[in-house]
Design a protein around this ligand. Structure first.
Ligand code: PLP
Length: 373
């Protein structure tokens, strides 16, 4: 292509109803256009403290070490692992979907001896089987995905699982990427040690920051490390000097993304957590009913269904990619297909943050009805 042919940026306006990114509120986009200040400007240091305070609210925690990691959700995942793993440490990962597999892969790269506890995609774990797997194995860390975006299943019993992990001397690491800001995530009440999320799912900011929170128990494990953290960029012993009292330079904070996250979190506070969770649930229920009325049964049974990500089974007569392409081309609506064992079997429909609105549900159901009839 001739370089002169690269013209103004003007993508068609999409309705984002996939597994993320979700729609971004106009207020958040406006905040991103705020002129920059430096990453050590006293005004920015104040903004950092505000972002931390807002993050503690949404995580429902008093954890002092609560920060937005620079990078997407996977950077949060990586930070949650690399800081607590030393070569030879034993780690147990509960895998019932794609993101559990990614945790397993990452933990191994930091030298952990990793075991998996597996369930078919779409199912969830019982506390009893987790306890049986932990018993007598001296695991340092148990990792679990709260909301599996690849399957639409919500892992229950987190407080019980945390108590089991602690009884067996392990920390509990929880991926809350597709739950934080969309359904209850109670870090302190559940006694979760390490949790991370992503800015672009239920918090509805653009991708680029990964909220992370670390309990005092996990900080002790970090302080007792014998080897340096194998990842310099995500090393919390260095990052806490920037996000803590000292405010010493580590890397340049993504200023505009912090503006965006701050505004997105202010929207969460204005709405209130309870009202926000109720909205996500109500709109999800409207979607579930509508899909079932279209003869699209759902993969996950109601008691384990994630309100933020729904997985209808694709009917035998429908063309998976073809329907998604027409949704995009004719209705400007983005949803996603399945992957791994669910490829070609389910669609993935996200109702996260600013995307979770009844008018979006009605529009998608209407479009699907036309395309499937
Ligand atoms: C999206 C997602 C991630 C990874 O986040 P990226 O922002 O894509 O790096 C991790 N875990 C879960 C459950 C997710 O849905």
């Amino acid at each position: 292509m001739e370089i002169e042919a690269i013209t103004d940026l003007n993508p068609a306006p999409r309705l984002l109803l996939g597994p993320g990114p979700s729609m971004v509120a106009p207020r958040v986009l406006r905040a991103m256009a705020t002129p920059l200040v430096g990453h050590l400007d006293p005004q920015f240091l104040e903004i950092m403290s505000e972002v931390q305070q807002l993050l503690r609210y949404v995580f429902q925690t008093q954890n002092e070490l609560t920060i937005p990691v620079s990078g997407t959700g996977s950077a949060g995942m990586e930070a949650a692992l690399c800081n607590f793993i030393e070569p030879g440490d034993r780690v147990l990962v509960a895998i019932n979907g794609y993101f559990g597999t990614r945790i397993y892969d990452m933990a191994g790269r930091y030298g952990a001896v990793v075991d998996k506890l597996e369930r078919p995609w779409g199912e969830v774990f019982d506390p009893e089987e987790i306890e049986a797997a932990l018993k007598g194995k001296n695991y340092k860390l148990l990792a679990l995905v709260h909301a599996e975006t690849s399957t639409g299943a919500l892992q229950p019993h987190i407080a019980e699982i945390a108590a089991i992990a602690h009884r067996h001397g392990a920390l509990l690491l929880l991926d809350v990427v597709t739950s934080l800001g969309g359904l209850p995530v109670e870090i302190d009440a559940w006694d979760v040690d390490i949790a991370y999320s992503a800015s672009q799912k239920c918090l509805s900011a653009p991708p680029g920051l990964a909220p992370l929170t670390v309990s005092p128990r996990a900080r002790q494990v970090l302080a007792r490390r014998k080897t340096p953290v194998a990842n310099w960029y995500l090393d919390l012993t260095l990052l806490t000097q920037y996000w803590g009292q000292e405010r010493t330079y580590h890397h340049t904070a993504p200023i505009s993304m912090n503006y965006a996250l701050r505004e997105a979190l202010r929207l969460v506070v204005e709405e209130g957590l309870e009202a926000r969770f109720a909205r996500h649930r109500q709109n999800a229920e409207a979607l579930w009913q509508g899909l079932e009325a279209l003869d699209l049964p759902l993969l996950v049974p109601p008691q384990h269904r994630l309100p933020t990500l729904t997985t209808p089974l694709i009917p035998a007569f429908a063309d998976d990619a073809g329907v998604r392409r027409r949704l995009l081309d004719e209705f400007n609506i983005e949803i996603a297909g399945g992957f791994g064992p669910l490829k070609g079997k389910v669609w993935r429909i996200g109702l996260m943050g600013f995307s979770s609105r009844l008018e979006n549900v009605v529009l998608l159901l209407g479009a699907l009805q036309r395309l499937l009839s």
